[in-house]
Design a protein around this ligand. Structure first.
Ligand code: NAP
Ligand code: MG
Length: 480
């Protein structure tokens, strides 16, 4: 592993306390170039890309084992870097191990195909080859988890990687780099560059020796990434923002639907791309649902992220805290009815630098900005609907299409609605819908490409067609 040469560093802070926890290199253009060249040389050298898939699988499994072994330490690092509740981070560590194990298994199953012979004297088959050098760019909300969603399939496919974490949460990505080396991933295969997106991220997307960009972040940055990557025709996958709805019908198990709706928005302080930030409720159960939600949401424990009892920790970056505050102002000016929260949360023992926001709920018109735009915080908006058709229309009246939930005991209706919704995931009667093996990604402006699936392996591969002539008579097309 080579390290940054550039002298500049910046402060990495714990958002729950404001304390500086690390000095992080602000990678220079030269650092990024060296990381890309290291990845290129490792790829072209073939040590990893041409290694037997079963051997790659063993090494990726070893990464999973090392992560499991260090789960407690990684979890605490994540909590201090990101501000999330330790209970949330603990769940992520399990999911990260599962992700590496899933793709270790997938490494040996990146099958090609054999076609029906195009001519009787031909054999035609495809092989899947690694796409090359991957630039992986991730946001700050699930730092190690989202890194694993990219690094695990990329490594499994035989690619080499330059990983750029978000500047506010780089610590677990750096640890992942060390874990890879310890597990036996050859030098140069996984590289980590830190620094800002505007510079370091942009250079990675521009670099002519990078073959693919796997990006998770906001829709606005995703569009910029796609535009920049087009200059060198890089392969691009984009996991972007969302304004995901929960649709609750009058025949739903309302008790379970309320519990899931509370979790669906306040989990990770609402800083989740798939957060169910719009809850559409059928009119005849609307008042009951909203009253129950508001009452029970008061029990959600916002507090010190390191306390195992805490369910909602700090907001990760000041810009995000400001964004949440400003959306609550917008809600007020739009005439939305505030049902809960709407202000900085008072957390016992926290100092003035701790960025905590209270669990917040509004009732608003479907056309209100707070009901349409991604807030990315613990802020939910309730919208009533009359019938199935109106529920579908409101759900789909969004530029996003990442996730949705449907709550109904009528399984025919639930599946009908699931089909009508334009989003990459639909969860029926459950708060949990993200698992390794189940593709995750967006429709519309929530991006393109899928993570977590077996199909994801294809997005880190190129298909090569191999045609073999097996006839006895030599071919001589020009008869020369
Ligand atoms: P962001 O501003 O788009 O940043 C994402 C990453 O891109 C960061 O590492 C960022 O670095 C970098 N970046 C910024 N400008 C860049 C450029 N010009 N070229 C290359 N990289 C650049 O997103 P965010 O605000 O950190 O994250 C929140 C967003 O991510 C939300 O919209 C959320 O919905 C989405 N998200 C989606 C998923 C999903 O799977 N669909 C999962 C989680 C989050 P800097 O921080 O220095 O700008
Ligand atoms: Mg930090």
């Amino acid at each position: 592993m080579t390290t940054a040469t550039h002298a500049a560093t910046y402060d990495d802070r714990n958002p729950a306390t404001g304390e500086v926890i690390a000095q992080i290199p602000e990678s220079s253009h030269d650092d990024v170039d060296r990381a890309v060249r290291a990845a290129r040389a490792a790829f072209d050298g073939g040590k990893w890309s041409s290694m037997a898939a079963s051997r790659r699988a063993k090494i990726i499994n070893k990464m999973a084992a090392l992560i499991a072994e260090r789960a407690n330490e990684l979890m605490l690092t994540e909590v201090r870097d990101n501000g999330k509740a330790v209970a949330t981070a603990k769940g992520e560590m399990g999911a990260i191990v599962d992700c590496f194990e899933f793709y270790a298994g997938a490494a040996t199953k990146n099958y090609g195909e054999t076609m029906p012979p195009p001519l009787p004297t031909y054999l035609a088959n495809t092989v899947r080859e690694p796409v090359g050098v991957v630039g992986a760019i991730i946001p700050w909300n699930f730092p190690l988890l989202l890194a694993s969603w990219k690094v695990a399939p990329a490594l499994a496919a035989g690619c080499t990687v330059v990983l750029k974490p978000a500047p506010s949460t780089p610590l677990t990505a750096i640890e992942l780099g060390k874990i890879a080396l310890e597990a036996g991933v050859p030098e140069g295969v996984l590289n980590v560059v830190t620094g800002s997106g505007r510079e370091v991220g942009q250079w990675l997307v521009e670099h002519p020796l990078v073959d693919k960009i796997a990006f998770t972040g906001s829709t606005a940055t995703g569009k910029l990434v796609a535009k920049t990557a087009a200059e060198t025709l890089k392969r691009v996958t984009l996991e972007l923002g969302g304004k995901s709805p929960s649709i609750v019908f009058d025949d739903a198990n309302l008790d379970a639907a309320v519990a899931a709706a509370i979790y669906g928005i306040y989990y990770n302080a609402g800083q989740a791309c798939e957060a169910r930030s719009r809850v559409l409720v059928q009119k005849n159960v609307y008042d009951r649902f909203v009253a129950d939600f508001t009452e029970r949401a008061k029990n959600v424990r916002v507090g010190n992220p390191e306390d195992p009892q805490t369910q909602v920790g700090a907001i990760t970056i000041p810009e995000q805290f400001e964004k949440i505050r400003s959306y609550c102002e917008i809600g007020k000016s739009e005439g939305a009815r505030l049902l809960l929260g709407g202000e900085r949360a008072q957390v016992e023992g926290a100092n003035a630098n701790g960025m905590f926001w209270s669990v917040t709920a509004y009732e608003a018109d479907a056309s209100a900005r707070i009901a349409r735009e991604e807030i990315f915080g613990p802020v939910v908006t309730f919208v009533p609907f009359a019938d199935e058709a109106e529920a579908i229309a409101i759900a789909n009246a969004s530029e996003y299409g990442l996730s949705a939930s449907v709550w109904s005991e009528n399984i025919g209706r639930a599946n009908r609605v699931a089909r009508a919704i334009r989003s990459g995931t639909v969860a029926i009667n459950t708060p949990y819908a993200v698992f390794p093996g189940v593709p995750f990604g967006g429709y519309k402006q929530s991006g393109y490409g899928r993570e977590l699936g077996i199909e994801t392996m294809r997005l880190y591969s190129e298909t090569k067609s191999v045609l073999t002539y097996i006839g006895e008579k030599p071919l001589n097309p020009f008869g020369v």
